[in-house]
Structure formats: structure tokens, C-alpha cells
Design a protein around this ligand. Structure first.
Ligand SMILES: Nc1nc2c(ncn2[C@@H]2O[C@H](COP(=O)(O)OP(=O)(O)OP(=O)(O)O)[C@@H](O)[C@H]2O)c(=O)[nH]1
Ligand SMILES: [Mg+2]
Length: 423
């Protein structure tokens, strides 16, 4: 089975907890705080590889979670960072944000990496909170907790050349004679059910050819398998348009050619600008005069000036075609990587503070800046709570609350902590 679009869920590792501990040795009964910081959580990283050519491996495994950071230790030892979750995808995979349907990364080359999610920061150990006033803080910070996200992987084959044409015109046969690929070939339409890739060698150089199956009239609107595979033509630099000039199936070569071109244009107007080489296939089935007559009719009807004749059976014209393709490719620059939008997933809001007055007259404080602070609060711990209140004052939150009408005795809720305000 060929799988070229899949939605998966990803989650970076949480940060480890900071440690609360005090130095104890034979000589120092009550040493200073020595709780180390928690380790950072692992990132979620995508890496492109030429070793895969479908997204098949994502059919069953759809959830990817990076390791959490380890908690901090005594003696100022920082916890170990969580291992990154490295997800291998075939070259040509595009990552899409399901919320916006926009591309966030285009992994168009082997070994290209994209860090989709960053691991949560580790919490500070109590040693971090030591100051001249607070000699023995008995609290530490918890690690940052990360959220699970969804992302779409879509494979858009990266080939230099796309082989297009009606079903059964001999695309796969041609691919099998010009490249190392070994596709299924049979005398009925839709033999090929997913794009095959092959590497072609000529004059000491190589290029990649993709056999794009399933194009018929209406493909751009979803008929056949065409719509599904047209995306693989989007990125080729050169189209080899195969036309069965023998007309052995009773269709007209002129009509076939028109239909395929109109489907390409309907799918994406830019595809009409991609350079095409017109190649007549199955030339061995016609006598010379008949072949010449059919070609003359074709070129006259369509105004096509450049074309090639081949037979994958007798190999006539095949070497010349390979050379012609190479010659053309040399003149056509590689397509630029796709435009990407800024990835919002790992953008952390560390600055916002929002205050709401609820119906019952109490106040609710939220926002990214507050989330960072709240991680350090152990409710049952007096010292920790006092520290929390001081920080609220320092950050200007109390003043902001007062502006909104906060008075002594009012209730303030921050996440799951509620307390009564006292001057
Ligand atoms: N006589 C002759 N027959 C050919 C030639 N090339 C292909 N064929 C035959 O045409 C039929 C279709 O060939 P395929 O290569 O499977 O065609 P395709 O375009 O890949 O077809 P689909 O995958 O079904 O879209 C097969 O029976 C081939 O043996 C050729 O050059 N000469
Ligand atoms: Mg085929």
C-alpha cells in the first residue's frame, strides 16, 4: 500500500522537576540548599531520508512522544535531559499544520532536519532560589509541561522528471527500461496504482524519474486516482508526456494529449508552464508510412514542433530520449523549496498576563508569564507561597489587579490556586 498523507500526534518531553535538598556532610549538619535543576525534555525532530519512499510506516504508529527530562538531584546535580524523538520521513515530505492547512516545513533533501516541538524547560532546584535574604529556600520549581499536537505529513515526490500519459500507454515499461525501477507492467489500464520512482543514468550523470499513474479525463476533479497523484507532478522540473501513437486501443492520440494537458492545467495552472517533451510510444506497432502519417496529423492539429518516437520493446529512440532529458534538465533550475509559514507550535508565550473579573466579584489571573511562575509554587509550603506573592508584586500583577478594583479580602484565582488578598 502506498500512503502519502497521514495525520500523527507528537509531543515533546516535559521538563524535569527541580530538586529541593540541603547539603549534609559529617561536618555540616545544616548546609545550604543544593537541589539541582530538572533536565530539559526531549524535542520532536523530523529527519528526511532517502531510505524511505512512502509514509507506510505511519499507518499503525501515529503517536510520537519524546522522553521527559529527569528530575534534579541533590548536590546541585542537574537531571539528565530527555532523549529527542527523531521521526524519519521520506525525502519530499511536507509537514502541514492541520489548524491552518499551511505548510510549516518542506523536507526536500536527504538528512534535512526540522525541530517541530521543543522539550519543556527543567524546573529550578532550590539552590537557584538562594539569595541574601532567602538563605534556605525549601521549594523548587516543577518542570514545564508540554502539550500534545497534531501534524499532517504529506509526501510530494521529489523527482526531476514526471512521466505522464493515459493509462496503458507504456509509462511503466519506459521507466523499467530507462531506470533501475522494476514496476508492474500489464496490458490493462490502472496497472500502476502508485507512483514509481527510478534513477536513470546517462553520460555519467543521473536523474530521478517518477511514473505518475491514473491520469484520465476528470482526474483533477477526483476521477481515477489522478487527483491523488497529481501532487507528485507539482515538483518535477520536466514532464515527459507519453502518447500512444499506435492508437492500438482505439483512442485518438490528439484527444489523449489534449485531455492530459487540460487535467494538468486544471489541477494547477503552474503545471502548464513546466517544460514538456512529447514522446510517441509503441512505435514498433506501426509501419513507417502509417507512423509518419499519424505524426504528421498530430503535429499539424496541435502545432507541436518537437517530439520523439520510441519503442520500449525494440529500445528504439530510448537512448536518445535519455540524452534529450538530461540536456533539458541542465537548463532547468531546481524548483525552489515550498514557501512555509512560521510554525506556531513551539512558540512559547512567556510574556502575557491577563486579568478577568468574574461574576462573583473574584479575580482570575492567567497568561504565559503566570504559567512560568505557578510552576514554582508548592501550596502547602509557606515559604514557597510567600515567594510567589512577592513575585506577583514584583511583576506588577498586584498593581494591575488594583487597577481593576482589587480590595483587601477579595479572592484571586490563579490556575488551581485561590487566595484571599491581604494588604
Ligand atoms: N508493442 C509495444 N507495447 C508496449 C510498449 N510499451 C509498453 N507496451 C505494452 O503496453 C501495455 C501497458 O504498458 P504499461 O507500461 O503497463 O503502461 P502504463 O502506462 O504504465 O499503464 P498503467 O500503469 O495502467 O497506467 C503492456 O502490455 C506493455 O507490454 C512498446 O513500446 N511497444
Ligand atoms: Mg503503469
Amino acid at each position: 500500500m502506498f500512503l502519502d498523507r497521514v495525520k500523527i500526534s507528537i509531543k515533546a518531553g516535559n521538563g524535569g522537576k527541580g530538586s529541593t535538598s540541603f547539603l549534609r556532610t559529617k561536618l555540616t549538619m545544616n548546609g545550604g540548599p543544593d537541589g539541582g535543576d530538572g533536565g530539559k525534555g526531549g524535542d520532536v525532530v523530523f529527519v528526511a531520508t532517502n531510505d524511505m519512499n512512502t509514509l507506510f510506516s505511519f499507518r499503525f504508529k501515529k503517536k510520537f512522544v519524546a522522553e521527559n527530562g529527569e528530575d534534579g538531584h541533590q548536590k546541585n546535580q542537574t537531571g539528565r535531559s530527555g532523549k529527542d524523538e527523531v521521526i524519519q520521513v521520506p525525502v519530499g515530505t511536507v509537514l502541514i499544520n492541520p489548524k491552518t492547512n499551511k505548510i510549516v516545513a518542506d523536507l526536500s533533501e536527504d538528512c534535512m532536519r526540522f525541530v517541530a516541538l521543543r522539550g519543556g524547560a527543567g524546573g529550578h532546584g532550590n539552590a537557584y532560589y538562594k539569595s541574601s535574604i532567602k538563605q534556605a529556600p525549601s521549594f523548587s520549581q516543577t518542570g514545564e509541561v508540554t502539550e500534545q499536537k497534531e501534524i499532517i505529513l504529506e509526501l510530494k515526490t521529489i523527482a526531476d522528471v514526471g512521466l505522464v500519459g493515459f493509462p496503458n500507454v507504456g509509462k511503466s515499461t519506459l521507466l523499467s527500461v530507462v531506470s533501475n525501477a522494476n514496476p508492474k507492467i500489464a496490458n490493462y489500464p490502472f496497472t500502476t496504482i502508485y507512483p514509481n520512482l527510478g534513477v536513470c543514468e546517462v553520460l555519467g550523470e543521473t536523474f530521478v524519474v517518477a511514473d505518475i499513474p491514473g491520469l484520465i479525463e476528470g482526474a483533477s476533479e477526483g476521477l481515477g486516482l489522478g487527483h491523488y497523484f497529481l501532487k507528485h507532478v507539482e515538483r518535477v522540473r520536466l514532464i515527459v508526456h507519453l502518447v500512444d501513437i499506435s492508437e492500438c486501443e482505439g483512442r485518438s492520440a490528439v484527444e489523449d494529449y489534449k485531455i492530459i494537458n487540460s487535467e494538468l492545467a486544471k489541477y494547477n495552472a503552474d503545471l502548464s508552464k513546466t517544460k514538456q517533451i512529447v514522446v510517441f510510444s509503441k512505435c514498433d506497432l506501426l509501419e513507417k508510412e502509417e507512423l509518419d502519417a499519424k505524426i504528421a496529423n498530430f503535429t499539424k492539429e496541435l502545432g507541436v514542433k518537437e517530439y520523439m518516437c520510441i519503442s520500449s520493446y525494440t529500445r528504439e529512440g530510448v537512448e536518445d530520449l535519455k540524452k534529450k532529458i538530461l540536456e533539458n534538465l541542465k537548463k532547468i533550475p531546481k524548483k525552489a523549496a515550498l514557501a512555509v509559514e512560521d510554525f506556531e507550535f513551539d512558540k512559547k508565550d512567556s510574556s502575557s498576563i491577563e486579568i478577568k473579573r468574574l461574576k462573583d466579584g473574584s479575580f482570575e489571573v492567567s497568561g504565559g508569564r503566570i504559567d512560568g511562575l505557578i510552576r514554582g509554587v508548592v501550596l502547602s509550603d509557606q515559604v514557597s507561597f510567600a515567594y510567589f506573592q512577592t513575585r506577583l508584586k514584583e511583576m506588577g500583577v498586584i498593581d494591575m489587579l488594583k487597577e481593576k478594583g482589587l480590595r483587601e479580602g477579595d479572592t484571586v484565582t490563579i490556575k488551581d490556586i485561590s487566595f484571599e488578598y491581604v494588604e
